[in-house]
Ligand binder design. Structure first.
Ligand code: PLP
Length: 390
């Protein structure tokens, strides 16, 4: 065997030795509040992004089937060659209307949407300004801009530091501030009202990735702009979490921005369009959310119930309007071990450690769904508390 492969094997052995090698469960059924594993066991699911319980919802499945019947399985093409279907147009119109934006375009993931947006919108003489805790896809998207674009990073949610960046970018042609709406590891929100105010002062564009906010944050689940009562220039998001849970991402914004992305963004020019059946599922999920805002209220009630349960049991929990509840453990190996113990007792929860989160802040991350029942949440709280105390 080549030395290179041996070297790689030793990296993997190292992960096993220090207890950070992760083994994901193999699921043999739909993604729901209870998942069935390949070995037949069933676990209460506390770690999916299925915030509204739509990943296996009959109306969403019907949307998928209807789209598959009409359009078949795949697009077999990138959009600009022969890949735009009427269902893409319908979905994009629905997304733009839902978010109160002029236009929208879709990608096969939000990872692609972010990687499409930032480098396409930024050129020689421009500046991109990013929160230090932004999602990896935004960090990589900024890196893709290369050296011709000034890239600045501000301390997490620190408006003085953002101001410093805006001052530094004062003479740039175009300034783009990009932030997660909900930070996925902390479960906190971007200071969007202050960001928008600063952006106005410095004539910068604001882009928000609301992947963990759509269907969750804001009175009707329209995300962080709704929560803060502000408007932003650009919104990106995923269709792989609350909005159906399969796959897909989008950018919504003013028509010229979307037109530029359609004309120039590399993930759309060089990669297949979203599968029509996935578009059909997402469309059904979006309509469900629009017509049933009580789903968002139900989710909020469940999150509050779970957070209060944790607080009563003595856990330190940060209050936030998101459905992400991090439980800080500290040591990566310990967090992973705790997650394994939880799994043995019937709870699926993930332990996150370095490099996903900073060293020393490893955690269990619980994610709550509108579909969780109170008995499920009670059982999860009981097991979590017993194992943590031990
Ligand atoms: C903030 C944020 N942006 C983008 C993504 C990527 O979304 P997708 O799975 O659609 O690529 C995620 C997924 O974890 C996310 O949390």
């Amino acid at each position: 065997m080549s030395g290179t492969i041996e070297e790689i094997r030793s990296v993997i052995d190292g992960l096993r030795r220090d207890g950070t090698y992760k083994i994901a469960p193999v699921i043999d059924g739909p993604m729901d509040t209870v998942v069935k594993l390949k070995d037949g066991s069933e676990l209460i699911n506390l770690c999916s992004n299925n915030y509204l319980g739509l990943a296996n919802h009959p109306q969403v499945i019907a949307g998928v089937s209807k789209a598959m019947e009409k359009y078949g399985y795949g697009t077999a093409s990138v959009r600009f060659i022969c890949g735009t279907f009427t269902i893409h147009e319908e979905l994009e119109r629905e997304i733009a209307d839902f978010l109160n934006m002029e236009s929208a375009t879709t990608y096969v993931s939000c990872w692609n949407a972010n990687e499409a947006l930032v480098p396409t919108l930024s050129d020689e003489g421009d500046t991109v300004i990013s929160d230090e805790l932004n999602h990896a896809s935004i960090i990589d998207a900024c890196r893709l801009c290369g050296k011709k674009v000034q890239r600045l990073v501000y301390r997490h949610n620190d408006m003085n530091d953002l101001k410093r960046c805006l001052e530094q970018a004062k003479n740039s042609r175009r300034k783009l501030i990009i932030t997660d709406g909900v930070f996925s590891m902390e479960g906190d929100l971007a200071n969007l009202a202050d960001i928008v105010e600063l952006a106005k002062k410095y004539d910068a564009l604001v882009a928000v990735d609301d992947s963990h906010a759509h269907g969750v944050v804001g009175k009707t689940g329209r995300g962080t702009p709704e929560y803060f009562g502000v408007s932003v220039d650009i919104i990106t998001g995923t269709l792989g979490k609350a909005l159906g849970g399969a796959a897909g991402g989008f950018v919504a914004g003013a028509k010229p921005i979307i037109e530029l992305l359609v004309q120039r963004s590399r993930p759309q020019l060089f990669s297949n369009a979203l599968a029509p059946m996935t578009a059909g599922g997402a469309l059904a999920a979006l309509k469900l959310l629009k017509n049933n805002p009580q789903l968002v209220t139900q989710l909020r009630e469940n999150v509050e119930y779970f957070r209060n349960g944790l607080k009563k049991a003595g856990f330190e929990v940060i209050d936030s309007p998101t459905a992400i509840v991090p439980i800080i453990i500290g040591d990566t190996a310990k967090a992973i071990k705790l997650a394994e113990k939880m799994r043995e007792k019937g709870i699926l929860i993930t332990g996150f450690g370095y490099p996903v989160v900073p060293k020393g802040t490893a955690r269990l991350r619980a994610q709550i769904s509108a579909a969780h029942t109170k008995p499920q949440l009670d059982k999860a709280l009981k097991i979590l508390t017993t194992i943590y105390r031990r």
